[in-house]
Design a protein around this ligand. Structure first.
Ligand code: SF4
Length: 325
């Protein structure tokens, strides 16, 4: 398998769906998601808990199998690759989970944890692997003696550094960071975000950075995709989307973030009601039950994600307010 040309997207996701059937109801965790990710690009994926963003990250990596749609990674269609072929492919695509406490084996020393992917994929000899582990610990800002210790001897932020070191061991092209700082103290969050931003620059890593908190992903992301009930409702360049979100749901999420410039402070939009049950989503635009700008047609007609002209350039938005004509 040869890699795709350098200008081709690293990741091409088309109409991706993941449905779960339980007690006769179909839960549409992902319901037709399409996007490209360029090499070295960071795409922030944001939305409330239950919007499908974590399912998206896991499905893209084939940790769960999609119900429909396709995933192309580095020129190869991986949608239906066998488990064995996915093990080979996963060298290039890694994940960092939310919980640095649960994702590290408490009985293994840090050197074993970080070096495990090298062992599994039989990379180098013993001495080479030891040197690589030392290099990785240094890369994520851990002291050289960290390898001899156990996970419980570290703080939450340091454990997330260990998890990041392990994820980078095989020099992946894509890192899925699934709520990587939400289990950490606020004071530590920015250190881990800065570390991921720095690693991305140094290593040319592409990232799907998943978070329920827009303020967390704003500085790391080149583009942002806003998800609601298993679909992308707006996707575009991070700075433009922050300046002028076009979808009413994106506007509500943004309004919760205090603006540093008092002259540009936004009116706080309080979303009424809970996220609807994904097993029984509202008809038409799924956001219409909480949208204060809803039109009569929104109840019966689902808007398509399409290129719309906005105050800060053309962007993909799924909302009838932006329909032309
Ligand atoms: Fe609101 Fe209608 Fe736009 Fe949906 S399509 S976000 S209900 S205005």
């Amino acid at each position: 398998m040869t890699a795709a040309p350098a200008h081709a997207p690293l990741l091409e996701v088309r109409d991706l769906a993941k449905h779960y059937v339980a007690r006769g109801a179909t839960l549409r965790a992902l319901d037709g998601v399409s996007f490209d990710l360029a090499r070295g690009e960071v795409l922030g994926i944001v939305g409330e808990s239950g919007c499908g963003k974590s399912t998206l990250g896991r499905t893209v990596l084939r940790l769960v199998d999609p119900t429909a749609g396709s995933i192309r990674f580095d020129g190869e269609d991986i949608t239906a690759l066998s488990r064995r072929d996915m093990v080979r492919r996963r060298r290039d695509m890694q994940i960092v989970f939310q919980d640095p406490f649960g994702s590290l084996n408490p009985r293994h020393r840090v050197a074993e944890i970080v070096g495990e992917p090298l062992e599994v994929h039989e990379v180098g000899d013993r001495a080479g692997r030891r040197a690589r582990v030392a290099e990785l610990l240094d890369l994520v800002g851990l002291a050289s003696d960290a390898g001899g210790k156990y996970p419980h001897e570290f703080s939450g932020g340091q454990r997330q550094r260990i998890a990041i070191a392990r994820a980078l061991a095989l020099e992946p092209k894509l890192l899925v960071a699934d709520e990587p700082v939400s289990a950490l103290d606020v004071s530590i969050q920015s250190q881990i975000i800065n570390l991921l931003a720095e690693l991305r620059q140094r290593l040319g890593l592409a990232m799907l950075f998943i978070s329920h908190d827009l303020s967390v992903i704003r500085h790391v992301s080149d583009r942002i995709a806003v998800m609601y009930l298993g679909r992308i409702v707006e996707i575009g360049p991070a700075a433009a989307l922050f300046d002028a979100p076009a979808h009413p749901y994106a506007q509500a999420l943004l309004s919760a973030i205090p603006h540093t410039d008092p002259a540009r402070r936004r009116e706080r939009i309080i979303l009424s009601g809970e996220l609807p049950d994904p097993a029984n989503p509202p008809p038409g635009c799924a956001f219409h039950t909480r949208c204060r700008q809803a039109l009569p047609r929104c109840v019966g007609e689902a808007p398509l994600l399409a290129a719309r002209r906005t105050a800060t350039g053309t962007r993909m938005v799924a909302c009838h307010l932006h329909d032309v004509g």
